[in-house]
Design a protein around this ligand. Structure first.
Ligand code: AMP
Length: 420
């Protein structure tokens, strides 16, 4: 029996990993240009970090976390999202003392026990970034504009930005009472999970995927955006104005509350028409209370997280991966002495910074030439007994078959010069 990978996980094989590397490099270059610096946090954290920040009534915490006990019987959880770990690292390392505004990004693997389907995995990857320290609407606009432009620069144009405001905590508290009153009379018509949510955490009703529950919300629920206080409204209006000045088109989505408890004020998602039912490329929002909730001094923050697999699915459909021409040199050495001399030349060429491969299967000339073509080598270096006896190697250009004999002592330097 051959072991199988766990449901909802993927192997990224060599043919695929080039695409991942392209995307990762693009993200890094782009975010460095926007003055974000990378942060890396451990694969697991104490469970309480997530229950405290994401909230116990959310799908992520209630149903999806990979939680286990270590030998010291501490409850640990593989990270299901990255904002809470980044805030933990921010606090633990006193990062607010380094600069008044912290801009960090990450590219990482996450774990959620969800029902696997296209674009929904149990181990998946996200890139994202956070701006910690400013409550001003410019920050919200920057976070949204930056991810929108990143997708555009990648070549994705079919994008829809949806935004909403879920207000500050005081406004939300008043609204939640209203929401409860409006929905309680219809409790029996909601699914059992929603009935539970109605008493425990009424905002989470908006996360329900059951169509009849959503229809009831459309018909009966007041919306948070219509119950904001003056400052929340001004903040949101300014975010919208700023997005307009930089030509980021957006739609107001009054039901967009996002499935995690720590959000406040601005929430947003960007979807792509090129994805199927799982159409969200990214989601994010402001979390002005999170750092204080985790024990720090009140510090506002805002961030976004984007699914890497989903971006790759879109790029695949758009055929938006640039061709990377091969620069491979294929060294063919035939016979024992040539093999030794070939191994020396291989090492010398690699020291010159060239991409060189030598056949270690001791195959025939014909088989090695075939392999060089398969590997799309641009050049082949041939070293047989006869060439070695003459103190030479042959450099062959694969595009037109042109052959150049080179003297062995100078071969590495000559080849480095000729293949430029
Ligand atoms: P969230 O952390 O749930 O706000 O998700 C942010 C983004 O991560 C989503 O818009 C998706 O692109 C991606 N994502 C979330 N969950 C999964 C998953 N289970 N599999 C693949 N991508 C996901």
């Amino acid at each position: 029996m051959i072991y199988q990978r766990v449901k909802g996980t993927h192997d990224i094989l060599p043919a695929e990993s080039a695409k991942w590397q392209y995307l990762e490099k693009f993200i890094r270059d782009y975010l460095h240009r926007n003055n974000y610096q990378e942060i890396r946090t451990p694969a697991f954290e104490v469970t309480e970090l997530f229950t405290r920040s994401i909230g116990t009534d959310t799908d992520v915490v209630a149903k999806e976390m990979y939680t286990f006990f270590d030998k010291g019987q501490t409850s640990l959880t593989l990270k299901p999202e990255l904002t809470a770990p980044v805030m933990r690292a921010f606090l633990q390392n006193n990062m607010e003392q380094v600069a008044p505004l912290t801009k960090v990004y990450y590219i990482d693997a996450l774990f959620r026990q969800e029902r696997p389907q296209k674009g929904r995995l149990r181990q998946f990857h996200q890139f994202g970034y956070e701006i910690i320290g400013s409550a001003y609407p410019e920050t919200d606009a920057e976070v949204i504009q930056t991810i929108y432009e990143l997708y555009r620069e990648l070549g994705i144009s079919d994008l829809q930005v949806r935004i909403n405001s879920i207000g500050s905590r005081s406004a939300r508290q008043r609204y939640l009472e209203l929401l409860k009153q409006a929905l309680q009379p219809h409790a029996a018509a909601f699914c059992s999970t929603c009935r539970e949510r109605l008493t425990r955490n009424v905002l989470r009703l908006f996360d329900c995927k059951v169509a009849s529950c959503q229809a009831l919300l459309d018909a009966r629920a007041p919306f948070l955006i219509d119950h904001l206080d003056q400052q929340d409204r001004e903040h949101f209006a300014e975010v919208c104005r700023l997005l307009e000045t930089v030509q980021v088109p957006y739609l107001l989505d009054k039901k967009l509350v996002r499935g995690l408890d720590y959000y406040s004020r601005t929430t947003f998602e960007i979807t792509s028409g090129l994805l199927g039912s799982q159409d969200a490329l990214c989601g994010g929002g402001r979390y002005d209370y999170l750092i204080a909730d985790l024990g720090g001094k009140p510090t506002p923050g805002i961030g976004v997280a984007s699914g890497m697999e989903r971006v790759l699915l879109v790029l695949e459909q758009l055929k938006a991966f640039p061709e990377s021409p091969s620069n491979l040199l294929y060294l063919i050495a035939l016979g024992e002495m040539p093999r030794q001399a070939g191994f020396q030349l291989l090492t010398a060429l690699r020291k010159q910074g060239l991409c060189v491969e030598m056949d270690f299967l001791r195959r025939s000339l014909k088989a090695q030439l075939r392999d060089a073509s398969r590997a799309q080598a641009r050049w082949v270096i041939i070293m047989g007994e006869d060439e070695l006896a003459r103190g030479q190697v042959i450099l062959k250009r694969m595009s037109d078959g042109q052959q150049t004999p080179l003297n062995l002592p100078q071969a590495a330097d000559e080849i480095a010069r000729l293949v430029q």
